[in-house]
Design a protein around this ligand. Sequence first.
Ligand SMILES: Cc1cc2nc3c(=O)[nH]c(=O)nc-3n(C[C@H](O)[C@H](O)[C@H](O)COP(=O)(O)OP(=O)(O)OC[C@H]3O[C@@H](n4cnc5c(N)ncnc54)[C@H](O)[C@@H]3O)c2cc1C
Length: 370
Amino acid sequence: MQKIAIIGGGIIGITLANYLDTTKYDITLFDEGKGQATKASAGIISPWLSKRRNKRWYRLAKDGAAFLQKLATDMNLSQEIYAKNGTILLRSKGLADLANLAEQRKKDAPEIGDIELLSSYQTASKLPLLAPQESLYVSGGARLNGLLYLEYMKKLAVQKQVNFINEKAVLKRKNDHWQISTQNHQISADNVIITAGPNCKPLLEPLGYQVDLRPQKGQLIVFNTAQTESYQWPVAMLDNEADLIPANKGQIIIGATHEDEAQWDLQPTKEAFERLTENSKNFLQFPEKLLKNSFGYRIGTRAYTSDFAPFFGSLADEPSLFVASGLGSSGLTTGPYIGYLLANFFNIGSWPKKDYQKPLSTYIQERTTL
Ligand SMILES: Cc1cc2nc3c(=O)[nH]c(=O)nc-3n(C[C@H](O)[C@H](O)[C@H](O)COP(=O)(O)OP(=O)(O)OC[C@H]3O[C@@H](n4cnc5c(N)ncnc54)[C@H](O)[C@@H]3O)c2cc1C
């Protein structure tokens, strides 16, 4: 049986492990459990009205959002993990233009669902935390709880006989196979798939590759609302850096920050709290009441390429070495689909015909002589 090693158990790695055919492959997943973006992430799935102009990214994100419905069915995800409760978009102006754009995009993205301009009253009744204000609602918007997703998918993968090693891995080429070493283990593999977020760079550089990836810190704040129906609320995308993402048990998440200078740092900061609460308070019905109940932070490290686009595939000079990263701030939307596409390649040899990305060599430069 061929051996596959996956390095990185975030949303790409864990989805991939669950879709790989374990009757064909012996799979080991390495995860050091540090800085994981997926664990911290907010969970907004609503790519259709993004201001980004990158058509390849949009195609991937749109198909990724559509794929989540299949994923939810295939893996039997609960409403706590994945809920399609819609998205409310708040803008001080231009809501009608946004609604027109949504109608345009719906032509090749029917999963956007119903598109409605809401009155102030309708907005506040959909998400009672919001102050009355006009908004745009799209019913296909969803949220994915990254932390619960990882816990659940790990259980499924264990049932499928995927081996887990919860330690930091280092990769080496040994003749015709790969050697993956951790503090307490050493295994060999025929194929390696690196899905280690921004850590793909330090994993590949010792092998002689130059990798276009940088880490970015993201912070979110979780508040308790003392309301019980929060799991049914839609996500609200505010007109600035802060968004409101309902979670379970009355929690609401506000965020996230995008901190380039802070890079790998995982400490909560007062500045982030102040910025996120300041950015959200004008949109809230009773900001003083909600924002005084700080509950906790979620902090993770995103991976960005220079053109903010994700990449995935095998290296031209090492066809048994695969890499997927650079998901930036929309990795809950694109990551599961990338994991699925990689699994399809191994299971049935199929590779997407759609143009989802620039050539991998844009992000990972040919091996230099060591
Ligand atoms: C605060 C925040 C909010 C976000 N909100 C959203 C959102 O609303 N919507 C959205 O679509 N996206 C969001 N994102 C982005 C999304 O979370 C990420 O793009 C996505 O989770 C990245 O997944 P990944 O599998 O590539 O990497 P990660 O989830 O970072 O997983 C990489 C894994 O590799 C492991 N690893 C690294 N190096 C090694 C090694 N040498 N050995 C073993 N293991 C290793 C790490 O422990 C980690 O678990 C958010 C991110 C953050 C930080």
